[in-house]
Design a protein around this ligand. Structure first.
Ligand code: GTP
Ligand code: MG
Length: 265
């Protein structure tokens, strides 16, 4: 087999999870599901899966080694065996926005770009940043396995663009779609592959699902994966689909709609 360019640089794919983030005013009372998607993919077992990953933090938690004064989390390294029996390794990073628990404004970080610009970064670095597990870990880092984000700059290979298709709490879907459209505009400038990930499909609203598919069709037929982190449906499929877009030798994406995946379970 011919050597792939990708292999020469690194056999590990760096996958970035993005989606509506910000203060309560922007995202409503609860997040769109980026953290839960990452959690279910990286540590799928029931004991290691948490639904609550708050982004409202004290100054000391924001400055601790896990968050490390960044607005992104390093979720760790994952390995999966793909269809043809080949092993595939991935790093997972979530781009979010951490809010100060005193001022309810975004924490001040060294890179104070707006979210949509920051989330589209194609190189990420953070000295001695630790892998994130859960909210309880913050301030109690020594009680958890301490695994570091790789040294140097992580070269981003692709993006999972999340869109919450549940009713949400206090959030207008059309506003979210506007945000996602702007974010997509930034991501597409990087020329890296993108998968549109519908989150919380276990509580999906038909119109929101339909509008998301329509959005994807207008964006060069972006692949859409309908997921539920809570019910653990299609979470692996979302990440594997992105890897298959990044590296064509990894097989052809085969999209399975939510209700079909549910039946297969
Ligand atoms: P921020 O990083 O704060 O912007 O939020 P986020 O996008 O990381 O959202 P997060 O994963 O923290 O999810 C927010 C909430 O949505 C969770 O606390 C859950 O209550 C709910 N949620 C997440 N995933 C699912 C899902 O698959 N199904 C359902 N029904 N609810 C979910
Ligand atoms: Mg989050």
């Amino acid at each position: 087999m011919m050597a792939k360019k990708q292999d020469a640089r690194s056999p590990i794919y760096n996958l970035i999870v993005v989606g509506l983030s910000g203060t309560e005013k922007e995202k409503g009372q609860c997040g769109v599901g980026k953290s839960c998607l990452c959690n279910r993919f990286v540590r799928p077992s029931a004991d290691d899966f948490y639904l609550d990953h708050t982004s409202v933090l004290s100054t000391s938690d924001f400055g601790g080694r896990v968050v490390n004064n960044d607005h992104f989390l390093f979720w760790g390294e994952v390995s999966r065996v793909l269809e043809e029996g080949q092993e595939c390794r991935m790093h997972v990073v979530e781009q979010t926005e951490f809010i100060d628990d005193q001022t309810f404004q975004p924490h001040r970080s060294t890179a104070m770009q707006p979210y949509i610009k920051r989330a589209a970064a194609t190189k990420l670095a953070s000295a001695e940043k630790l892998m994130y597990f859960c909210t309880d870990q913050l301030g109690l880092e020594q009680d958890f396995e301490q695994k570091q984000m790789p040294e140097g700059k992580l070269q981003v290979d692709g993006f999972l663009l999340c869109i919450d298709v549940s009713r949400g709490m206090n959030r207008n879907f059309d506003d979210q779609l506007k945000f996602v459209t702007n974010l997509y505009g930034q991501l597409s400038k990087t020329k890296k592959p993108i998968v549109l990930v519908l989150t919380k499909c276990d509580e999906g609203v038909e119109r929101y699902i339909k509008d998301s598919h329509t959005f994807a069709i207008t964006k060069k037929s972006l692949p859409v994966v309908e997921t539920s982190a809570r019910s653990n449906i299609n979470v692996d499929l979302a990440f594997v689909t992105l890897v298959q877009l990044i590296d064509k030798s990894r097989g052809k994406p085969k999209i399975i709609p939510y209700f079909e995946a549910l039946k297969l379970q």
